[in-house]
Design a protein around this ligand. Structure first.
Ligand code: APR
Ligand code: ZN
Ligand code: ZN
Length: 361
């Protein structure tokens, strides 16, 4: 039986999003129907609305979600009705070239082709990041559901589905930060603050938050930054070197996605250190710097995709740490909102007023 539910769609480029009726079919083989309980509002949803990711309108937005499995299709054994799950946009297939080489965090499989949810007139919806979760119920591949402890509030659990995982993973998986490291994080929004939290979790000794907004620097301190730099007022490269015995930080995480801040990260890094790019640049951006500096300064330059996470490994581990009081994920939830408030949440996000607005269903 097809479910008729409420969902938030971006009907056409640049237009405000709207709540409308979405038709969700029962799960087919390998699929799961999930009753969404909470879904965070992410920049990527806004990028979809603005046509920055594709032209496959209308989009069913939302992709940072947790909920309860309501039904599963034939052959699904990994989850069952009643399971509390976090949705992920990169379920690992186990079969592609990356998976076979033992590097499943680079898995090429995507489930974005899954386009079975429609409007009442039959128009097929494109689910954001292959999920589409600003909706009472969504249909996903069973591999996109990771079971976690149901004691975690859904508005907290859902965060791990995207931005917070990206930042945490940049620190603990990609870098990876180890005990005693000095770490600088450039850009202290939700992703950067999660990287600060990850650095603290991994045992970093010095954690330096860099931003141009004093309010963000205050939040960075609350997440565990031992020092902060307002890079509008102070040269961040010089200051990071000063704070690290003149050497530069062992790990510098760029959490904005801009060439000028990437170069700050590059020059603020210790010669033997690692730069991690987790901020996502736009296609027009170019990097200009002496190639000799890249040769002469050694070290490692890495990028972090979705925090190089393995959902099955990382989500249950991180939710357990949360339940033990060792990972204050609730600090990312600036507000909980209703389904019809996504558009106003975009505006708050653009003004930098919130880390995360989370829709509760
Ligand atoms: N120097 C320092 N900080 C800056 C600069 C700059 N030139 N420009 C912007 N910032 C700060 C902002 O003040 C803000 O605190 O970077 C932070 C960016 O945070 P958000 O806009 O909240 O974005 P976030 O959700 O954290 O995502 C950051 O990671 O996953 C990607 O697509 C995402 O590219 C984005 C990045
Ligand atoms: Zn996202
Ligand atoms: Zn794979």
């Amino acid at each position: 039986m097809t479910s008729h539910v409420r969902g938030v769609i971006a009907r056409s480029k640049g237009e405000p999003v709207e709540v409308t009726t979405v038709l969700v079919p029962n799960p087919g083989p390998g699929e799961a129907l999930v009753a969404v309980q909470a879904c965070g509002v992410c920049h990527t949803d806004l990028h979809y609305r603005e046509g920055g990711i594709g032209e496959d309108f209308p989009y069913l937005l939302g992709h940072e979600a947790a909920g309860v499995v309501e039904a599963v299709g034939d052959g699904v054994t990994s989850v069952a009705p009643g399971d509390f799950v976090i949705l992920n946009w990169r379920a690992v297939c186990g079969e592609c070239r990356a998976c076979r080489r033992g590097r499943p965090w680079y898995c090429f499989a995507t489930y974005n082709a899954r386009q079975k949810m429609t409007l009442e007139d039959g128009t097929v919806l494109s689910p954001a990041l292959g999920i589409g979760a600003f909706v009472d119920k969504t249909l996903v591949a069973a591999g996109q559901c990771t079971k976690v402890d149901p004691a975690v509030p859904p508005e907290v659990a859902g965060l791990l589905g995207c931005g917070v995982m990206a930042g945490l993973g940049a620190a603990i998986n990609t870098a990876p930060v180890t005990r005693g490291d000095s770490v600088a994080v450039i850009g202290c929004g939700g992703v950067g603050d999660a990287a600060i939290l990850g650095a603290r979790l991994a045992g970093a000794r010095t954690i330096i938050g860099v931003d141009i907004d004093p309010r963000k620097l205050e939040w960075a301190r609350q997440f565990g930054a031992t020092h902060v730099i307002n890079s509008r007022e102070t040269d961040p490269v010089e200051r990071i070197q000063e704070l690290t015995g003149g050497n530069g930080a062992d790990v510098v995480i760029e959490a904005i996605g801009r060439p000028e801040t990437y170069l700050q990260a590059f020059y603020a890094r210790d010669l033997a250190g690692t730069v991690v790019l987790v901020g996502v640049p736009t296609p027009d951006m170019r990097l200009e710097a002496p190639l000799l500096d890249f040769f002469g300064r050694g070290g490692a330059l890495k990028s972090s995709w979705y925090g190089d996470c393995l959902p099955e490994r990382d989500f249950p581990m991180l939710t357990d740490l949360y339940l033990q009081g060792r990972l204050p994920l609730e600090k990312f939830v600036s507000e909980t909102i209703a389904l019809d408030q996504v558009e106003s949440a975009f505006a708050k996000m653009e003004r930098g007023e919130v880390l995360r607005s989370v829709v509760k269903l």
